[in-house]
Design a protein around this ligand. Structure first.
Ligand code: PNS
Length: 159
């Protein structure tokens, strides 16, 4: 079975991520969206909350699972019998970091293949950081994130 991991911070998930998940779910038999639990970063949402946000946004995609992991992505991929890593490419500047990551992962485990999907043009400007900045200043984010995430952000910044 062709299993793919889509790893990331997803703090929070955006419509750009969702577009990649949706398209990946047609390419692979199973897609595991894996939220990195990174002790060094100060996320806006807890790992548990991010997993819940993604699960709610993807509940109509029957071959998509949401999980969290810590440590190396390739170790998690091995654990889940996944041979593919999915990463979205928005603009040229993403490419350098992403290619370095793909090569690094390959040196860590020869069995992994990174598959890059070009982000849909309508989301090529979008990032979780942009969403957080707009939300912090009370701007409209409904066109950028799933409905449940927009509600979570509104609640957070209304306090
Ligand atoms: O959404 P992000 O923050 O761009 O995702 C980055 C992520 C989680 C894919 C990357 O940082 C990662 O794989 N971290 C786990 C540690 C690891 O495996 N490092 C080696 C590859 S460079």
């Amino acid at each position: 079975m062709a299993i793919a991991i889509y790893p990331g911070s997803f703090d929070p998930i955006t419509l750009g991520h969702l577009d990649i998940i949706d398209r990946s779910s047609r390419l692979f038999e199973k897609v595991i969206v894996a939220v990195l639990s990174n002790q060094n970063k100060q996320p806006l949402f807890s790992v548990e909350k991010r997993v819940e946000q993604i699960a709610r946004s993807t509940n109509k995609l029957s071959n998509v699972e949401v999980d969290s992991f810590s440590g190396l992505t390739v170790d998690y991929a091995k654990l889940r019998n996944a041979e593919f890593l999915i990463r979205g490419l928005r603009v040229l500047s993403d490419f350098e970091k992403e290619l370095q990551m793909a090569h690094t992962n390959k040196t860590l485990w020869q069995g992994i293949e990174t598959v890059f999907l070009a982000t849909s043009t309508e989301y090529s400007f979008l990032s979780s950081s942009v969403v957080k900045e707009i939300a912090r200043f009370g701007g409209a984010i409904d066109h950028l994130v799933p409905k449940n995430v927009a509600e979570d952000l509104e609640k957070l910044y209304k306090k």
